[in-house]
Write a protein that binds this ligand. Sequence first.
Ligand SMILES: [Zn+2]
Length: 495
Amino acid sequence: MAMKTHQTPKASDLLFPVPLSIEDREGAYRLHHTTTIAASPPFEALADTAAQLLGCKRGGEDLLFKHQEGFGDEEYRLTISKVQVVVTASSERGAFYGLGAIRKLALLNDNILPACTVADKPAFQWRGFMLDCVRHFFSVDFIKKLIDTASLFGLNRFHWHLTDDQGWRIPIDGWPELETVASKRRELQYEDGRTYGRMYTKEEIAEVQAFAHSRQMLVIPEVETPGHVSALLAAYPEFGCSGGPYEVQDRWGIFSEVLCAGNDDMLAFFDDVITQVASLFTDPYIHIGGDECPQTEWEQCPKCQARMRSEGLKAERELQSWLTSRISAMVHAHGKRPIGWDEVLDGTEEMGLPSDLIVQSWQGVRGGIEAAKRGHQVVMSPNTEGCYLDYRHLDSEEEMGNLGVSTLRQLASFTPTPPEMDEHSRTMVLGAQANLWSERVLSSRQAEYLLFPRLQLLAQQLWNPQEGEKNLEKVELLIRYCEKLDLACYRGRAE
Ligand SMILES: [Zn+2]
């Protein structure tokens, strides 16, 4: 009888994102429930996570997380031999990505880890994804599944879109109508008056954050100002220019009802909201929106016009930047940094903006380029370059998706620093984000289909940029990952 020989695949064919440096070696380490895990003191908590994720136990040094000075913040080295697996890093973040590489090899190769040496670190510090939980609501379990998956591919920022025209999802003490009115919308496609939506509870928000932190991911809550506030105005009509009545919207689009910039009570409300959000969310950033704010109501509103006179503002567009600065100051008061969509640049030619405001460029890359020139740090998520994952995979009516097209090919060759950007501006780019708006995403399976494998391709470009063609050759591999991770995904053409 001939012995059947099993060809172990090479680690370099399995890992994604493709590491900065990888050398395949002879042999493999078989991960087993008797495999023991030990760690240097700073990595004790991570070793517990590793034991749980890999189905191993704490104890001996079969798998060792070793602390050593001299590595970058998210950098690690991984050595897999026939007898031992060693992750070396200076920070828990770095060690975590070493664990991620082990998990990926185990996942794709039935717990047999091909021997190799990996030296790896990311190219960009901001590697994010946004989920719109307003237009459609997503459960904490699903959010945790996405965070876990995203972190496995090296992403480290979860931008949580929590307020909009169609709902308000953050509990704020002292403002009960946010829950009773703003968190629900009447579903107009039914005639029985049924409603859609709810708030997240404080406990759920804490649970998402604790989980995200165990996956080395920061959570960035978004509170929209001064547009996209119909839900808020339905609850508190006095914060709008006309006084209402307003409705929580059950349609999609840009609505002319916005915050009344002349109303001091509205500012006091947001001061309270930002204060509570700053304590509910423990990470250093708060996204304050700023996109798609029509100024027609401000033109007609005596209070807004009075504000413009008292502040010496020449046009309504300057009123938006005045408001952005006010809300940013509220964020600063709690030691955090504001982020705004690129419209925050409009009307600021003379007034400027707080210099630490991070600008997220969604209308193509030009907002990001302009912001960087003006000294702002930038997160790129251009809808023209593939970063809008609610767009269709293909220009086909058969494909699900909304408004536009973002192809695998675009993601595979994406760069956060476009060629037209000058040398200094490039240093202002923190990284990029993919955004999943959910107007037409009703369920978690639909969300997965739109996210994968596009989000994985973006992760590669933020971790270790490759030629687009090389990435496209890996799409089959990405689909295998999705199968193993129980993720729905797109399996069609790249363009
Ligand atoms: Zn007004």
